[in-house]
Design a protein around this ligand. Sequence first.
Ligand code: CP
Ligand code: NVA
Length: 315
Amino acid sequence: MKKDILTLLDLEKKDFKHLFQRALELKKRHQKGIPDRSLAGKSLGLIFEKPSTRTRVSFETAMVQLGGTPIFISAKDTQIVRNEPVRDTARVLSRYIDAVAIRTFSQDLLNGFAEFSAIPVINALTDLYHPCQVLSDLLTIIELKGSFNDLKIVWIGDGNNVANSWINAAAVIDLNLTLACPSGYEPAKDILEKAQAFDCGDIIVTNDPLEAVENADVIYTDVWASMGQEREQTIRKKIFSPFQVDSNLVKRASDDVIVMHCLPAHRGEEISEDVLEGNQSVVWDQAENKMHMHKAIIDVLIRNQSENPGAPDSE
Ligand code: CP
Ligand code: NVA
């Protein structure tokens, strides 16, 4: 049976582990120039309703490197914009392609697509979640810190889609996660409560960025106004200004703290130029690892589907 990644709660701890192992293996092979054509003859659809540089190109490259074919589908050029029901699109595309990555606004639309899709559906970002981003960021943390166990991971800024996926990850793999957000911009209560119901590590929410970063091993930030919130940009700039990740904030963290940002970055807003370009910033490693993690995701999901078409959900 097919396996989707709509949120990180779709994965168990063992699935995270398997994806990290496979991504590291594929990365090593790539660096040694050993080709891996595990997806020869397969195709991945990419339906995007929002802009993307990294996610789109890294998924497309991942598919090409694994011997398969990516098919980019700009949502505005499909019948979706003329109100063809999502459940019809899902059933039709399931007859052509082997998996689909979708970037859209509504998580409900994504879930609706997955319900009627016979092929694996991957969330490539919605207003609510960005699961693949956090999977690849965890890969970067594993490479740079050896493990994510016993690390203090601190999110600074908006309680947005990427933050929500960090909360889900914390629930499943027991992260020590602190989120410092302006009052009124904390992650949604239901997402936090659902995560806290897991037998997981600490998830702390505060409005004090200075206190939050004390002894942090990882500081993570993201734009103050996400895609679709452009009209709030000016007001958010004012409200979020004490939450800029700058050298004053970073110096309160551990000496070997790493600073992460999913990109695109707005220098001088959520992160200062010197921190983004400084020694502690690992943003380019993060961007690279999106490709290695996306290779692991499509490899695992598509091969699982071909090998166990009738089996219950596994990884
Ligand atoms: N980090 C990320 O998802 O970037 P893009 O919007 O460029 O895909
Ligand atoms: N929170 C950002 C992430 C971009 C990758 C957004 O949704 O625009």
